[in-house]
Design a protein around this ligand. Structure first.
Ligand code: ATP
Length: 243
């Protein structure tokens, strides 16, 4: 289902390959470091994940976890290696087609929710469905919000919702198009422990029920261990951390 083979991500030392997404962290250069030396962020990462399986990715800050997620989402291109999702080689698609493929096949949940502040919960969940041309977008969005227990909050804007509720809206949005792959980057990182545990429980239950493949990036080994397999990232390389 997910086949990432020999992935290298090498960037210029200065972040000239500026990523589209605001959450992409910028690397600061050490004063002694020559500005022109390229940096290997990922170094030959191999990862194969069967359909419906869940994998937790742990590793220290800066080890390359988010970079791996960016490649799996097709938001960034590897400098070497390839990513195949559901049999589709992402490199064979141009940017527009990759975006379409992502919209149909991949859901993403971020640490900071990434909801649109001016839109209601219902509109936030409906927008990607509408962009995908679904005539039933409103109904599907409403059903998805009910499935995360937010049927009574559909008309609220993000600022009127708690952090846990906002992340549940983000889960409803990610799951609504029934993606085959869910990528979650520190989905509980902005929540207190109890709220985070409830959100994690909900996400794992939805993933199991729907047979969604899950790649869960986290600093929290306890959260990662709820996945069927845990892999560990260190200095741009991946190793199995046990099952
Ligand atoms: N555009 C870029 N240009 C240069 N370096 C970058 C760029 N994006 C990321 N990096 C660097 O690549 C390394 C890996 O970053 P990444 O965000 O993937 O790590 P991470 O494991 O997700 O960290 P965290 O847990 O802190 O989010 C870091 O040293 C980061 O500063």
């Amino acid at each position: 289902m997910v086949d990432a083979t020999g992935l290298w991500l090498t960037v210029p030392a200065r972040p000239v390959r500026v990523n589209r997404d605001r959450w992409w962290p910028r690397r600061r250069l050490a004063p002694s470091e020559p500005a022109s030396r390229p940096i290997d962020i990922l170094r030959g990462v191999d990862l194969r994940i069967g359909a419906g399986r869940s994998v937790g990715v742990v590793g220290p800050s800066g080890s390359g976890k988010t970079s791996l997620l960016m490649l799996l989402a097709g938001l960034e291109q590897p400098s070497r290696g390839r990513v195949r999702i559901a049999g589709q080689d992402l490199a064979s698609l141009d940017e527009d087609r990759r975006a379409q493929f992502r919209g149909r096949t991949v859901g993403i949940v971020f640490q900071s929710f990434h909801l649109i502040g001016t839109m209601t919960a219902l509109e936030n969940v409906a927008v990607p469905l509408e962009l995908a041309g679904r005539p039933d977008a409103q109904d599907v969005a409403a059903a998805s919000l009910r499935s995360v227990g937010l049927g009574h909050r559909m008309g609220h804007r993000p600022a009127e919702l708690s952090g846990g509720e906002q992340q549940r809206v983000a889960l409803a949005r990610a799951f609504a198009p029934e993606p085959r792959l869910l990528l979650a980057d520190e989905p509980t990182g902005n929540l207190d422990a109890a709220t985070g545990a409830r959100v994690a429980e909900l996400m794992m239950a939805m993933q199991r029920e729907r047979g969604t493949t899950l790649v869960l990036i986290t600093h929290d080994p306890a959260l990662a261990s709820r996945c069927e397999r845990t892999v560990s990232m260190a200095d741009g390389m991946l190793s199995d951390a046990g099952t």
